[in-house]
Design a protein around this ligand. Structure first.
Ligand code: AVI
Length: 325
């Protein structure tokens, strides 16, 4: 029986992820230099991110988990039978809270995880299949844009696209606008969008969350260079860069950078690219925007994704919004 469950998952995995590196060339040849955060998530990067989620300073994951635990049955009651699409599913740990709630209400379990890490998709879907005997998984390995444009209409009466974990914050306002349009396009009128966002709060709490004592976030940031070395035959020396993260209070965003320790030139062979760094020059690898509940609700409403319910924790650290098209 176990084997059959494994087969059911493995066959439908569709690898749509590909990277030609044009985004890397663009980011590294502009001033200031940037790299797209999706290059964090090779298999090692995905593992490091899982470790970040457990760190004492990184309040985001455990706070969102608590909120989900308290409102999952309410979410299931509102949506009824629906296909759960999860963008950036990672290890699907928080998904279990939702699946439990749907299962308890006797609703069918259809789950479509979407993630750039095929390895992570496989292992987490296999473990879900072992624990939820009526679960059907159809996993898509790829970018959100590609995957969202490829999913077919839901086979259940409704669909809920979940974008939890504050990943919306990693998009700049313009990307955010495009992304919300893509979400909307993948929904029928009456269907749902569940969104988790990190909220604005004092600088010291935010900066501690991105500069943990154990150095896991630093390793996660530097691993992007190893990933580029592997993918594009590069020669980044990770000992010659350092992790730098701070809260930009004007833009309400954490910025993560990799700072060059000296003057150096790096080659990415398959991209035919040589990049020069001055001492102290940085590559911005990520922004992580922090929202106010008011502003995010306005943004969603402007896209006809109308918040039906908003939940937060007792300290208003994190917000979860259930919207309906
Ligand atoms: C995935 N994303 C929501 C994380 C964040 O907090 O912006 C990525 C991360 N970067 C450093 N720590 C965690």
């Amino acid at each position: 029986e176990q084997r059959l469950q494994i087969q059911r998952l493995l066959e439908p995995i569709l690898i749509v992820a590909s990277s030609t590196g044009t985004d890397v060339v663009k980011g590294l040849t502009q001033t200031p230099k940037t790299l797209p955060p999706r290059y964090f998530y090779d298999d090692r990067g995905s593992d490091l991110f899982e470790q970040i989620c457990e760190l004492p300073e990184y309040y985001l994951t455990r706070t969102e988990t608590k909120i989900l635990q308290s409102c999952a049955s309410e979410i299931a009651a509102i949506t009824g039978a629906c296909e759960i699409v999860e963008l950036g599913s990672g290890s699907s740990t928080k998904t279990r809270i939702l699946l439990d709630a749907y299962q308890q209400q006797g609703l069918p379990l259809h789950y479509l995880p979407i993630d750039v890490s095929a390895g992570m998709l496989e292992s987490s879907a296999l473990s879900l299949l072992a624990d939820y005997l009526s679960l059907q998984v159809y996993a898509l390995a790829g970018t959100y844009e590609l995957a969202l444009s490829q999913i077919e209409p839901s086979q259940l009466p409704s669909r809920m696209i979940c974008f939890i974990g504050s990943t919306l914050g990693n998009l700049n306002p313009q990307e955010c606008d495009v992304f919300l349009s893509q979400v909307k396009a993948a929904l029928q009128v009456g269907e749902y969008f569940l969104l988790g966002v990190d909220l604005q709060k004092p600088k010291h709490i935010l900066e501690a969350a991105y500069n943990d004592n154990q150095g896991v976030t630093a390793a996660f940031n530097l691993n992007m260079l190893e990933h580029l070395n592997w993918r594009f035959q590069g020669n980044f020396d990770t000992t010659q860069f350092e992790h730098w993260a701070f809260y930009n209070e004007v833009e309400h965003q954490i910025e993560m950078h990799l700072k060059s320790k000296r003057s150096q030139t790096v080659e990415l062979h398959t991209l035919k690219l040589n990049v020069h760094f001055e001492p102290g020059e940085t590559i911005r690898t990520e922004i992580s925007r922090k929202f106010s509940l008011n502003s995010i609700q306005q943004e969603l409403k402007a896209k006809n994704l109308v918040p039906q319910k908003v939940w937060t924790d007792e300290n208003q650290l994190f917000g979860l919004l259930l919207c309906q098209l």
